[in-house]
Design a protein around this ligand. Structure first.
Ligand code: AMP
Ligand code: ZN
Length: 488
């Protein structure tokens, strides 16, 4: 089985060869934590969660690093009034690190709701200022960067003059970039408009600031990711991911910084996830065309007819390939809900199927498994994988109707393979089972309260609890071992 990955750098599907056999180092750009993540952001993180789960399922030992951009995802002009962190601190009347904490907690809650696994390392930009200063110094020492008025810029023309190619990832030509730029960022400080900040001098009003050899300032956004990925994954690592929109300038600059610092390409496989759209327009806070995850899950919005469980949202996202645009709509969500229900029904049926070793089955389990793994290893093709899972669903319904048979060995294999794909790889959750667990926990609380009422001789209350539950079809039974319940 060979894993193929589409590499944005070469624009080709390539056979994946990890640096260290059996191991994968993967870095994904994390969120800027100055406000709540919208559903579009969730799609990108979910795409990489699926990739992480798939790599693990395929037997790789993955070190997955996803950072938190907490130092300020700053505008290159360094104007404090354009800094989104600063704006938010003023708006909410909070300290910058309070803003960071508030939205980091929210980010984790949201990803947990969609059953995303945590990364192995989650470094913060502010925790790596020393490393960023060191990298900046190294770039100055090697002539790739220059100081200007307390700020330090990467010299893009110098980089190209040394035979390197700024623009190799985004396929931009440096001459065109110069010709088309109307960017006045750092005007007067930079040698060229395309030069980007490695370190920015802090104006007196700037709150997040650190000492450096160039005076008080703060790091450039692109350098944060280079510092953290190098520290935890090395000068060259296997996979770097992020949303399509980060290709330029963010990832282009990361390549330039890595090559200039270490003389080697920092990443072997660049992976970019495509955008979530709504009303056929990219979801984005700045245009107002967005929905927050909680609004979709609670039903408190004007766009969707009803509320949807997070796992249905997850299923909907995975029905599109990570490199395709996905337009979220009421119809798409309803279709996903229907498909998901059928899939769960099939899994339930599978537990009650009796095997038959006498008859030959018309369904080749081996062929089916091969097709599933071919889809998974073909650049993580989740929609094709899901289509194959539904072939198994069809077969399971035929088993139920006794139109098909399955041997005992194949039945075990089908159960474990299907469960692994549905729960471990796709990361879906069985809503019904979860609900049952919740019901059980709630009933245990009520039984405990009834026991307390009885102990304090409040028989009115204890009888009320028993009778009201009975009216709802839940019968409490008192025995020597304690109280149990029966659902009628
Ligand atoms: P940010 O916090 O703005 O850096 O965004 C976090 C991640 O969400 C980045 O990888 C972005 O590329 C990604 N992203 C932003 N908007 C969308 C969208 N509409 N659909 C999918 N991913 C998005
Ligand atoms: Zn990044």
């Amino acid at each position: 089985m060979q894993l193929k990955i589409y590499n944005s750098l070469t624009a080709e599907k390539e056979i994946f060869k990890p640096i260290l056999d059996g191991n994968v180092g993967m870095y994904v750009c994390g969120p800027t934590v100055y406000s709540n993540v919208h559903l579009g952001n969730v799609r990108t993180f979910l795409s990489f969660d699926f990739i992480y789960r798939s790599l693990t399922h395929l037997g790789y030992k993955v070190r997955y690093v996803r950072n938190i951009t907490d130092a300020g995802h700053l505008t290159d002009d360094g104007d404090v009034n354009n800094d989104r962190f600063v704006k938010q601190t003023r708006l909410e009347k909070l300290e910058p690190m309070e803003i960071v904490q508030k939205y980091t907690v929210d980010f984790h809650k949201v990803l947990d709701m969609f059953n995303l696994l945590p990364p192995n390392i989650e470094p913060t930009a502010t925790g790596h200022i020393v490393e960023q200063i060191e990298l900046t110094q190294k770039l100055i020492d090697t002539g790739f960067a220059y100081e200007s008025n307390g700020s330090v810029y990467f010299d893009v023309l110098e980089y190209n003059a040394r035979g390197l190619n700024y623009g190799e990832l985004s396929k931009r030509n440096i001459e065109e970039l110069f010709a088309n730029t109307r960017d006045l960022d750092g005007q007067g400080e930079k040698k060229n408009p395309q030069d980007f900040a490695l370190w920015k001098k802090a104006s007196p009003a700037h709150i997040m600031r650190w000492n450096s050899p160039w005076g008080e300032g703060f790091p450039g956004w692109h350098l944060e990711c280079t510092a953290m990925s190098t520290k935890y994954l090395g000068e060259t690592f296997d996979i770097h991911g992020g949303g399509m929109d980060l290709k330029f300038p963010h990832h282009e600059c990361e390549i330039a910084q890595g090559k200039a610092c270490n003389g080697t390409s920092p990443v072997n496989y660049w992976m970019h996830a495509n955008m979530l759209t709504m009303n056929s327009q990219r979801m984005s806070k700045s245009t107002g065309n967005y929905i927050l995850p909680m609004q979709l899950v609670s039903g408190e919005n004007d766009f969707f007819e009803k509320s949807f469980h997070p796992t249905i949202v997850r299923f909907c996202f995975l029905q599109a390939h990570y490199r395709s645009v996905l337009d979220i709509s009421n119809d798409a969500m309803l279709a996903s809900e229907k498909g998901f229900t059928r899939l769960m029904e099939a899994l339930k049926i599978l537990n009650s199927i009796a095997p038959n070793d006498e008859k030959q089955s018309g369904f080749s389990l081996e062929d089916w498994k091969t097709k599933c793994y071919d889809a998974l290893t073909d650049d993580f093709n989740s929609p094709v994988l899901i289509a194959h899972l539904f072939e198994a669903v069809k077969f399971i319904f035929a088993l139920k109707d006794e139109k098909e048979t399955i041997s005992a060995k194949d039945l075990d294999d089908l159960k474990s393979t299907l469960n692994a794909f549905v729960f471990d790889v796709l990361g879906l959750q069985n809503i019904e089972e979860n609900n049952n667990e919740k019901l059980d926990q709630t009933l245990q609380v009520l039984i405990e309260l009834r026991n307390q009422a009885r102990k304090s001789k409040n028989f009115d209350l204890s009888d009320q609890i028993r009778d009201k539950l009975l009216a709802e079809g839940i019968e409490l039974k008192d025995g020597r071992e304690g109280t149990t319940y029966v659902l009628n």
